[in-house]
Design a protein around this ligand. Structure first.
Ligand code: MBD
Ligand code: FE
Length: 288
């Protein structure tokens, strides 16, 4: 396939296709830890069930509304959108709880579109991309240190993001497998330089169950443009994060509630007027 035709054939695909892929990825990649104790299961499941029943009484929910909920939940599964639904509306609070005792860089949610084992390259590196990848070229650079600011050896940056049309490789048809996904190995001082293109804002699929809820509630489906990262080094806690671009209209109303002030990039125009550069440093907490 030529570069032109591969750009031209790129499309959103259907919600059910992206959902099926995200569901399969989750099943393949996430190992569920040791089962919780019976007490913990009873406590958590009991609270969630009680919260729903409380809402039924407080809102005087009708049978029509109960059946609408039932058919919608069935559809979430059929569309494979449980990963999307949970990562958009629930993961942000789980992340906040999980990382509340860290002292280093802030993290945020992983979302449904991470793929492990992306192609590894030494810094300075370009992410895998098409020959004429659309979008503004972006040099993303920085340094990975410990809490004291001392450089860390053998650090690496896993990075993945949407393209200039807002599509993720492996979750939208017509894109090369590893497009705009890579693992960059930092130098001996923890410094990295990554050439990529600036991602576009992302609209979650509107033709599936989540889109149906958004339309029915009069919400919007947008996330601000963002770069996903996992930064790690031996002896340190991995940080999962996302970085955002100043001025994006959805920085203040992200549907996934995953923007934090500490995650805003400072993006400069390069002298050529055609490309941009941004520097962001990571401080990793030691393993406990
Ligand atoms: C995304 O790209 C994303 O990052 C999240 C959290 C949810 C849906 C799509
Ligand atoms: Fe994303």
């Amino acid at each position: 396939m030529s570069v032109e035709s591969s750009v031209a054939s790129e499309s959103a695909g259907t919600a059910a296709e992206a959902g099926a892929e995200a569901t399969a990825r989750f099943r393949a990649n996430k190992t569920i830890g040791a089962a919780s104790s019976q007490e913990r299961v009873a406590r958590l499941a009991g609270r969630v069930i009680k919260a729903i029943n409380d809402a039924v009484f407080e809102e005087q929910v009708t049978y029509d509304e109960y059946n609408a909920l039932k058919s919608w939940l069935i559809r979430v599964g059929e569309d494979g959108e449980w990963p999307l639904f949970l990562d958009v509306w629930v993961e942000h609070s789980v992340e906040e709880v999980a990382n509340s005792s860290r002292h280093g860089s802030k993290g945020t949610i992983e979302g449904p579109y991470y793929v492990p084992n992306s192609p590894a390259r030494n810094t300075p590196a370009s992410l895998p991309m098409r020959e004429s990848e659309p979008g503004t070229p972006l040099l993303f650079q920085g340094q990975i240190t410990g809490l004291s600011g001392a450089p860390i050896q053998d650090a690496k940056v896993e990075i993945w993001h949407a393209d200039d049309l807002g599509f993720y490789s492996q979750f939208a048809p017509g894109l090369p497998e590893w497009n705009l996904r890579g693992t960059v190995l930092a130098d001996a001082e923890g410094r990295f330089q990554i050439n990529t293109v600036q991602p576009a804002p992302y609209q979650i699929p509107t033709d599936g169950a989540c889109g149906q809820l958004i339309a029915a509630a009069g919400w919007h489906a947008w996330r601000p443009a963002h770069i996903h990262l996992k930064v790690s080094a031996p002896g340190y806690q991995m940080i999962t994060s996302q970085l955002y671009f100043p001025g994006d209209p959805h920085n203040t109303d992200d549907i996934a509630s995953a923007v934090k002030p500490e995650l805003m990039l400072d993006v400069r125009e390069q002298e050529d007027g055609q490309s941009r550069v941004t520097t962001y440093d990571f401080r990793l907490d030691p393993e406990d």
